[in-house]
Design a protein around this ligand. Structure first.
Ligand code: E4P
Length: 220
């Protein structure tokens, strides 16, 4: 299962790029706007921060077919790593079909039901992004929604990849992996938490203490 970082903060993206654990990033208009940077500048910083084979999800801000097409084509033309995020609305799915036929990869976002995911796959989406945390936030079962999407896609052999979004905890990421999703996009903080285990810390302290007490010399 691949991991993307859900962020528009360059320091966070760079830190995880350097650690080598991410395959790409997702952004959205909210994440981009809180940076306070001009979108153009932000996007070009993202391009230079990430290496060649990464995926960069950038979202349109239009809701009508024609403008979604204009914005989607413009975003895709910026860099070959771009996947265009489009909201799951009728005009969006129509644009998804057109752009996909042109060879532009589309991520259908703001997906909250298996039926929306089914339509997205039929419209040729490259990724579908169920927002699990936002479903959980309103006392619905986000995990069940994702599991159903995975099951439907596998049953009918859809090529659309499931991108588990709106992650709220490391437990979400564990459950996503068990459910067989293709990718999880997570905030920086949770990816860093994935590294942690108290037994790793105590084990390492013990190893180094024992080594130092033995007064051995290392190879280099
Ligand atoms: C994904 O593409 C979205 O940007 C993101 O996961 C939304 O998460 P939120 O519900 O924490 O805003």
């Amino acid at each position: 299962m691949k991991i993307f970082i859900d962020s528009a903060q360059i320091e966070e993206i760079k830190a995880l790029e350097d650690l080598g654990v991410i395959s790409g990033i997702t952004t959205n208009p909210t994440l981009a706007s809180v940076t306070g940077k001009k979108f153009k500048d932000l996007v070009s910083e993202i391009f230079t921060t990430l290496s060649k084979d990464r995926i960069i999800n950038l979202e349109v801000i239009a809701t009508d077919y024609d403008t979604i097409l204009i914005q989607g084509r413009a975003l895709a033309a910026l860099d070959e790593r771009v996947v265009v995020k489009i909201p799951c609305i009728p005009e969006g799915l129509k644009a998804c079909k057109t752009l996909s036929e042109e060879g532009i990869r589309v991520n259908i976002t703001l997906v909250f039901s298996p039926m929306q995911a089914l339509l997205s796959a039929n419209a040729g989406a490259y990724f579908v992004s169920p927002f699990v945390g936002r479903l959980d936030d309103i006392a619905m079962d986000g995990m069940e929604t994702v599991s159903e999407i995975v099951k439907i896609y596998r049953t009918y052999d859809y090529k659309t990849q499931v991108l588990f979004a709106s992650v709220r905890s490391v437990e979400h990421i564990r459950l996503a992996a068990l459910a067989g999703v293709d990718i999880v996009t997570s905030p920086y903080k949770l990816i860093m938490e994935m590294y942690k285990h108290p037994l790793t810390d105590t084990g390492l302290t013990q190893f180094l203490e024992d080594w130092n007490n033995a007064k051995e010399e290392f190879i280099v």
